[in-house]
Design a protein around this ligand. Structure first.
Ligand code: FES
Length: 316
C-alpha cells in the first residue's frame, strides 16, 4: 500500500458464528469516525503471523460499515490455514489494535440497475450481505442464490434474514443451481454480481456472455487465491533472490522481504500491484491484463499470478 492512508483499528468485538467463521467488529482506535464505506468495499488488514517477520496483508470485504457498529468482517478459517485467517481465529482479541487501509470499493452496486442478481459461493456471501442491506434500503428488487456447504446453511440463512417476498435461494452444493436457468430468467436491465470460487464466477461470466448479457452488467469480486508450486523470484536491479512458498503469493513474498509493491484489491482486479518482468514464464491469474499484455509477458500482477516454472526475474 505505497503512500496510502492507514487506519488504526481496535477490535471492539469478536465471536465465532460457526466452527470456521469468526465475526469481527472494528472501530477507530482513537474513537474518531471511520471513513464511510459503501456496500462492496473492502479493507486490507496487516496481521501478525507466526513464522513471518513482517505482518501479512489480507483484504477483507466489509459486511457492514456504519457509525454505530464501525466496520464488521466475517472471516473464514481456511484449510490449510494461512497466516491471516489463523491469527484472526486463534489469536485476535477484543482490544487488539490493527493497522488497515482505508476502504476501497471495486465491487460497487450499479445505481441504474433495474434488478440485482447476486450469486455467492461459500464465504463469497460477505459482500452480498452488505448489498442486501443497501438494496433493501434503496427498495431495489433483488434475487440471491447462495451456494454453500450444508454445514453453513443455517448460519448463512440467519445472516441473510430473508424477509417475506424476497427471492432468496440457499443451495447446499452446486447441483441445485443452474446458471443458465437463473441468468436466462432475468429481466432486461438486471446486473449480476458474483463472489466466490473462481470456477463459479467464470461459469457465471461465460453463461452471461452466451446469453448476450452486456459485459457492463456482469460483475465479480476477486480475492486472490494463493497456492501453486514454489519458485524463486530474482530482483533484477539487485540480484536479490526471494523464495515464493507454495502457500504464498508473489506479493506476500515481496512484502515479507521488505519490498512494498503496492496493492489495492489483492485479487488480480485493480492493476495497482503491476510489476515489470525481465525474464521467466508467467501463469497469469488476474482479470486485469488484456490478452495482448498477457501474451507479451512483460507485466505481472503479483497478488495472484505466479511463475510457470521455478524462477522469475522482475525488472525492479
Ligand atoms: S492488488 Fe489489485 S491487481 Fe494486484
Amino acid at each position: 500500500m505505497r503512500d496510502q492512508p492507514v487506519l488504526s483499528l481496535r477490535v471492539a468485538a469478536a465471536e465465532a458464528i460457526a466452527p470456521t467463521l469468526r465475526r469481527v467488529s472494528l472501530r477507530a482506535a482513537d474513537g474518531a469516525r471511520l471513513p464511510p464505506a459503501a456496500a462492496g468495499a473492502h479493507i486490507t488488514l496487516s496481521l501478525p503471523a507466526s513464522g513471518h517477520a513482517r505482518p501479512l496483508k489480507n483484504a477483507y470485504t466489509l459486511v457492514s460499515a456504519d457509525l454505530e457498529h464501525g466496520y464488521t468482517l466475517i472471516v473464514r478459517r481456511t484449510d490449510p490455514t494461512r497466516g491471516g485467517s489463523q491469527h484472526i481465529h486463534e489469536a485476535l482479541a477484543v482490544g487488539d489494535v490493527l493497522e488497515a487501509s482505508v476502504p476501497h470499493n471495486l465491487f460497487a452496486l450499479h445505481s441504474q440497475a433495474k434488478k440485482v442478481l447476486m450469486i455467492g459461493g461459500g464465504i463469497g456471501i460477505t459482500p452480498l450481505l452488505a448489498f442486501i442491506a443497501a438494496l433493501r434500503a434503496r427498495g431495489t428488487r433483488f434475487e440471491l442464490h447462495q451456494i454453500c456447504n450444508s454445514a453453513d446453511l443455517r448460519v448463512f440463512a440467519a445472516l441473510i434474514g430473508a424477509q417475506p417476498g424476497e427471492a432468496v435461494h440457499l443451495h447446499a452444493g452446486r447441483s441445485t443451481f443452474d446458471a443458465a436457468v437463473v441468468l436466462g430468467a432475468q429481466p432486461l436491465g438486471t446486473h449480476v454480481y458474483s463472489c466466490g470460487p473462481a470456477a463459479l464466477m467464470d461459469a457465471i461470466a461465460a453463461q452471461a456472455a452466451a446469453l448476450g448479457w452486456p459485459a457492463s452488467h456482469v460483475h465479480r469480486e476477486d480475492f486472490g487465491a494463493a497456492g501453486g508450486e514454489p519458485f524463486t523470484l530474482t530482483i533484477g536491479t539487485s540480484g536479490a533472490r526471494i523464495t515464493v512458498a507454495a502457500d504464498q503469493t508473489m506479493l506476500e513474498a515481496l512484502e515479507a522481504a521488505g519490498i512494498d509493491a503496492g496493492s489495492l484489491c489483492r485479487g488480480g482486479a485493480c492493476g495497482v500491484c503491476a510489476l515489470p518482468v525481465r525474464a521467466g514464464e508467467l501463469e497469469h491469474r488476474d482479470h486485469y491484463l488484456s490478452a495482448d499484455e498477457r501474451q507479451s509477458g512483460a507485466v505481472v500482477m503479483p497478488c495472484v499470478s505466479r511463475a510457470r516454472g521455478d524462477s522469475l526475474v522482475l525488472d525492479i
